[in-house]
Write a protein that binds this ligand. Structure first.
Ligand SMILES: [Zn+2]
Length: 239
């Protein structure tokens, strides 16, 4: 896929986050990478969503350094360095979405993971969605945006970023990812839905318990992995 097509993906996915109510004002950003071509495309910083165009999407290399001849003269999203760190650490992801979607951000501000209380959650996340530790003062003072990426990677030391494609940054909000823009957008939508459900369940039953690992796995693996059976794509075939 060429860079122009990636710019369209980034524009459309950014607009979709607004359309689905995940992003208000400019509190969000989407990027897409092409590992083979060493290119990253991301939303420009601080541009209102109704002024975004294909041509003002910003192109960098995978280190986040600007590409001199790209068309946009905009600065990249201020969260670019977080995206760069995530792409370097999580080798199967090609899209990162950041939002301040309401219920996921409530859990981030409570500094609590989102527990896997039901199968809506289990269809997309094979376990609780983790919360990062809070950044230290010196980490906030020095290279804050990249440190945010590093503390996410630290959180996933013993967690699969493929099986749990989302994280809550303490006191901030969610970062979500996937192999494609469509996957990442669906993960962002379902993260918000899982957080909304968990919030309301815990309002009524403060000590609500997570579903069992076996129920979690049945739901997760019927949509993911080699033996996925959900939907129509694999009907009649073994994949
Ligand atoms: Zn943010």
């Amino acid at each position: 896929m060429n860079i122009q097509s990636h710019k369209k993906q980034v524009l459309n996915t950014n607009l979709a986050t607004v359309r689905h109510g995940l992003v208000k004002s400019t509190f969000g950003n989407v990027s897409v990478i092409n590992r083979a071509q060493d290119r990253l495309v991301i939303k420009p910083s601080g541009v209102p969503y109704d002024e975004l165009t294909v041509d003002n999407m910003v192109v960098t290399d995978l280190a986040g350094l600007p590409i001199p001849d790209h068309q946009s003269n905009r600065n990249p999203s201020s969260d670019l360095a977080t995206h760069v760190v995530l792409y370097a650490a999580f080798e199967n992801i090609n899209t990162v979405i950041h939002t301040h979607s309401t219920y996921a951000t409530i859990f981030a501000q409570m500094q609590r993971p989102i527990p896997a209380l039901g199968t809506t959650h289990a269809d997309y996340f094979r376990g609780p969605v983790p919360i990062t530790r809070a950044l230290e003062d010196d980490e906030i003072g020095d290279d804050y945006v990249a440190q945010t990426g590093r503390v996410i990677v630290e959180t996933f030391e013993n967690i699969s970023s493929d099986e749990i494609p989302a994280v809550l940054v303490a006191g901030h909000g969610p970062f979500v990812w996937g192999p494609t823009p469509e996957d990442a957008l669906m993960n962002a939508l379902m993260l918000e839905e899982a957080a909304k459900l968990a919030w309301h369940v815990e309002m009524m039953v403060p000590d609500a318990q997570p579903i069992s690992q076996s129920l979690l796995d049945v739901h997760y693996f019927r949509k993911h992995g080699r033996s996925a059976t959900y939907g129509q794509a694999n009907r009649g075939t073994e994949t």
